[in-house]
Design a binder for this molecule. Structure first.
Ligand code: ACO
Length: 395
């Protein structure tokens, strides 16, 4: 077979690994973590139980989960040097960039690299799951001009994160809903950030570099950023009466409607269905959100117009409404996604280093050959930079 026939831009549909971590059937709307249906896990398990399942392949016993939760609870604090480093970040910087830099910095503090030592692996898993939420919350308070608060050892994973953001103990329903959101975002097979994590893992570098590279990949607008765009879109539409004209305008002008469509799912994303139920629970307890009416109308109109093409709500469509009700600022939606996805990235990291082969795809070279060097005086001007105001200094 010729190289050209093998070439798939973006490796679309090309299997690049064997994995036992998660399974998706996009036509039936099935998502399983290690063989368990996402609906069952969302209803019955906690995020840390699900993380254990993803990373070690089996549901934990009560003792195993207690020990795992205990270790994570007592590793939530971050070094004051990391907090001080974060204080030097510009407040206007995106929280995903702050998270990527902070995750990479963890590698400076825990630099021993022993990928064949199960204790090293467990400690790295514990540290990353424990400290990533603390770093997200710390940047949120620092950029508002406040000192970060210390984690509370008497609160569980989800409640502690909401506490660190708001300095208030959250309502139990809010904490449970947030915990389920983490479970729903924990893993989704070979997407861009997971692939990025696996490529980085395959060089046998440390797990902090693996997570930092995955966070950087998740931050892009084609990947983790759509949940923010959904809220902006609902704000722009404003009311139920404007939905039909907005959708028709998008279709006429070939503009993508945010929160709809998926490369794999051709039916409603099972996570969207669960998130919609969570949003309704929050509205029933804490009051309605007028944008929910707009969202419901959108789902109906988009399904009428584009359902035959397999365009239905994806995970990002209802998650923003849940986070809004939890009083979470819009630009933290993607960092929340990262907090959850650390579990999936670590599961793939562990799987990758267990049977490693460095990723080294090839390319089809279509550049020049056999060119003759010409001295700089004879190089033809092909393009010119606009002059910079100070020599050597780029604004
Ligand atoms: N709105 C309107 N039309 C759409 C949408 C949408 N959201 N998504 C796909 N379509 C249409 C396309 O216009 C195209 O129509 P055509 O065949 O007439 O040209 C057809 O459906 C196929 O679209 P593709 O872009 O080829 O589908 P692909 O699988 O590449 O795209 C993607 C998937 C990127 C998610 C796309 O649906 C999209 O951009 N959605 C909006 C952004 C979004 O919500 N992203 C979050 C995805 S979930 C996640 O990453 C966590």
């Amino acid at each position: 077979m010729s190289e050209e026939l093998l070439y798939k831009p973006g490796l679309e549909g090309v299997p690049a690994a064997r994995s036992k971590v998660s399974y998706i059937d996009g036509r039936q709307g099935v998502l399983e973590y290690r063989g368990y249906a996402i609906q069952d896990l969302a209803e019955h398990a906690s995020f840390l139980e699900v993380s254990y399942l993803l990373i070690w392949g089996q549901l934990p016993t009560r003792d195993e989960l207690d020990a795992f939760e205990h270790d994570i609870r007592y590793h939530r604090r971050i070094k004051y040097r990391i907090r001080d480093m974060m204080k030097c970040f510009p407040e206007s910087g995106h929280p995903m960039d702050a998270l990527q830099a902070s995750a990479a910095a963890l590698g400076l503090f825990y630099s021993r690299r022993a990928l064949d030592d199960p204790i090293y692996i467990r400690n790295a898993v514990v540290r990353l799951l424990a400290k990533i939420p603390t770093m997200v919350a710390a940047f949120q308070l620092i950029r508002k001009g406040n000192d970060p608060v210390q984690p509370r050892d008497d609160l569980d994973y989800a409640a502690n994160f909401l506490y660190m953001l708001s300095e208030r103990i959250p309502d139990p329903l809010a904490a449970r809903v947030f915990d389920v959101c983490l479970t729903l975002h924990a893993e989704h097979s070979m997407n861009a950030s997971t692939f990025s994590a696996m490529v980085t893992s395959s060089t046998l570098t440390d797990p902090y570099a693996v997570i930092a590279s995955a966070v950087g990949t998740l931050g892009g607008p084609l990947h983790g950023g759509a949940n923010e765009s959904v809220i902006e879109m609902l704000e722009e539409i404003g009311s139920v009466e404007n939905v039909e004209s907005y959708v028709d305008d998008c279709i006429t002008n070939k503009k993508k409607i945010m929160g709809f469509g998926h490369r794999v799912y051709k039916v409603k994303d099972p996570r969207a269905t669960i998130l919609q139920g969570l949003a309704e629970q929050l509205f029933a307890k804490f009051g309605h959100d007028e944008y929910y009416d707009v969202a419901l109308k959108m789902e109906q109109v988009v399904t009428d117009r584009l359902g035959t093409k397999g365009i239905y709500p994806n995970v990002d469509f209802y998650s923003g409404l849940v986070y809004r009700k939890l009083d979470i600022p819009t630009d933290l939606f993607t960092p929340l996604f990262a907090i959850a996805r650390v579990a999936g990235w670590l599961a793939h990291w562990k799987e990758q280093i267990g049977e490693n082969r460095i990723f080294r795809p090839t390319q089809i070279y279509d550049g020049h050959h056999d060119r003759q060097y010409v001295s700089i005086e004879n190089v033809n001007v092909q393009y010119q930079f606009s002059p910079t105001p100070h020599r050597g200094y780029i604004q």
